[in-house]
Design a protein around this ligand. Structure first.
Ligand SMILES: C[S@@+](CC[C@H](N)C(=O)[O-])C[C@H]1O[C@@H](n2cnc3c(N)ncnc32)[C@H](O)[C@@H]1O
Length: 246
């Protein structure tokens, strides 16, 4: 059976990877999420107000569960765009987003998916899930932990092992305890097909934490190739992306 080949849209340079442009439009959010810079008001409400609402929801969720959310503000659209353009989403059959929060990265993924790409998100926080679904009513959301990704894939009629092409992750790995990191990476590696990819971002400040460094060290145990982008300065705080191929 001819599986599509998922390739990283990357160039090699001194061990780092860089984003290249890709893709055109298909699905759109009902309204743009916080930080996306693409807000379109259908109700006539000023876009800044909607952005502020989404950001407020994000901050509230952080204050409730700081270690689960891991960041006080959503990612920037620049980080979202970098992630979305680092992989060929158009030819992917199945793309999953982990921890979409209020959907800043989702906004950059949706227009780049193929016409027949299956896409869904997994978000643990009920507040985030509710905010997300207001912005993206047409995107399927599982309000569960990614620890259950195997069961979620089964519910999506995907093979128990190796049915997923691409995972775009917003999980704050640097604040996830090591045993949980390993559990989540094990389950993730099981559902990704050989050659499938996980993209996940980290902050340079996160590398000061033991769990951030341990995460970086653990990745090669689960993936045959792990690359890291140059810093994305237009994110607060500056971030980089791990491009991991199974
Ligand atoms: C740093 S926020 C990122 C939100 C969004 N992707 C962004 O970049 O703005 C991390 C998100 O991961 C979610 N999360 C954390 N652990 C999770 C888990 N085990 N399963 C699913 N979602 C999780 C949090 O609730 C939160 O929405």
């Amino acid at each position: 059976m001819g599986l599509p080949s998922i390739s990283a849209n990357t160039t090699q340079e001194q061990g780092f990877v860089e984003a290249k442009p890709a893709g055109s439009a298909s699905l759109r959010p009902a309204r743009a999420p916080a930080n996306s810079g693409k807000a379109k008001s259908k109700s006539g409400q000023p876009k800044d107000k909607k952005v502020a609402t989404s950001t407020r929801q994000f901050i509230k969720a952080y204050l409730k569960s700081p270690l689960q959310v891991g960041s006080l503000i959503p990612s920037s659209r620049f980080l979202g765009r970098t992630m979305a353009e680092l992989v060929d989403l158009k030819s992917a059959r199945t793309v999953i987003e982990y921890g979409p929060g209020t959907g800043t990265i989702t906004a950059e993924l949706l227009p780049r998916l193929g016409e027949h790409t299956k896409f869904f998100v997994v978000e643990l926080s009920p507040q985030m899930a509710s905010s997300f679904s207001k912005v993206y009513p047409d995107v399927k959301l599982y309000q569960r932990s990614i620890a259950e990704i195997g069961e979620i894939c089964a519910a999506e009629s995907l093979p128990a092992a190796g049915g997923v092409d691409v995972i775009i992750s917003g999980i704050p790995w640097a604040v996830v305890p090591l045993d949980v990191q390993h559990e989540l990476l094990t389950e993730t590696a099981k559902v990704l097909r050989p050659g499938g990819m996980m993209l996940t971002y980290g902050y340079h400040s996160g590398l000061l934490l033991k769990s951030g460094r341990e995460f970086a060290k653990a990745l090669p145990k689960y993936f045959s190739s792990v690359k890291r982008t140059k810093p994305i300065w237009l994110n607060m705080p500056p971030a980089f992306v791990y491009v991991c191929t199974r």
